[in-house]
Ligand binder design. Structure first.
Ligand SMILES: [Mn+2]
Length: 283
């Protein structure tokens, strides 16, 4: 099986310059040792370095959205490897653009953070902390420019898992929308939780996306992230969970973001990304 894989070598949506390398490092890892059953067909997407950072990110998200729209139309499962988590604006925005009804998309968001800020609420102004607000249709005017769709995911079709660091304003937005949030300290059995989230969404959605921010994992297991937060889920539990849901045919794409090799220890986090990809696609 060939998996279309888009590597987004950008950290335009985050504060650092170090989170754009995951896809190229992962490609080398897979070239070195590959398990059977699937092959990643890589397309690397680099920022074009023209004009200001904001214009670059707007163009980048548009290209990501075209890529995911095309994969969906051709009915091909695909993998997106960021970059910072602002790639989600393009990945899921592109899918929404192809659907006749946005209610057909369900999204599972594994993250330490809520990522539901707008420019009006964010203390840092970093766009990687904002994709969920835009995907739910609550972008402010400035954020809307970075979101290449005018469709939104239904609040009941998004499930946030592993959350443990957020600001009150983003929490208030999601609470008011009654978004299903499972905080990290509420998780007892992650494989069971994830598989029931997928099952629930599959009742009403034709397509389900999985968006993984590596900081959902505890820094002991995944030190190589942009914004580590203590008390996360274990790598083992996440790998197991991903292998449990891999046969769900509605899952159209997996997104993995926020790898920062500068913070990694002995390639632990890089190997973990590879293990997650293997867990989902290997047969
Ligand atoms: Mn995130």
């Amino acid at each position: 099986m060939i998996i279309q894989s888009l590597g987004v070598t950008s950290c335009l949506g985050g504060p650092e310059r170090q989170c754009g390398y995951a896809a190229e490092m992962l490609r080398s890892e897979f070239a070195r040792s590959r398990k059977g059953g699937f092959e990643l067909q890589w397309h690397m997407l680099h920022p074009d370095n023209k004009g200001c950072k904001e214009q670059q990110l707007i163009r980048l998200n548009t290209v990501i959205s075209q890529y995911s729209a095309q994969c969906l139309k051709q009915n091909r499962p695909f993998l997106i490897v960021g970059g910072d988590h602002s790639c989600a604006l393009g990945t899921w925005g592109g899918i929404l653009n192809t659907l006749d009804n946005p209610k057909k998309l369900g999204l599972i968001w594994l993250d330490a953070h809520l990522d539901a800020h707008t420019f009006s609420t964010s203390p840092s102004g970093n766009i990687h902390g904002m994709p969920v607000a835009a995907l739910l249709g609550f972008a402010d005017k400035k954020l809307a420019r970075f979101y290449p769709s005018n469709q939104a995911i239904e609040a009941e079709n998004i499930k946030m898992i592993g959350i443990r660091s957020y600001e009150d304003k983003e929490y208030q937005l999601l609470k008011q929308l009654e978004v299903d949030i499972t905080f990290a300290d509420q998780i007892r059995d992650l494989p069971q939780l994830l598989s029931s989230a997928v099952n629930q969404l599959s009742q009403r959605c034709e397509f389900i996306g999985i968006s993984i921010d590596l900081d959902v994992i505890d820094p002991k297991d995944a030190p190589g992230v942009e914004t580590p937060v203590d008390d996360g889920i274990t790598a083992e539990a996440l790998i197991k969970s991903i292998s449990v849901i891999r046969n769900q045919r509605q899952i159209c794409a997996i997104e993995i973001s926020e790898f920062n090799p500068e913070n990694d220890v002995n390639n632990k986090t890089l190997q973990l990304i590879k293990a997650l990809v293997d867990a989902f696609y290997q047969h």
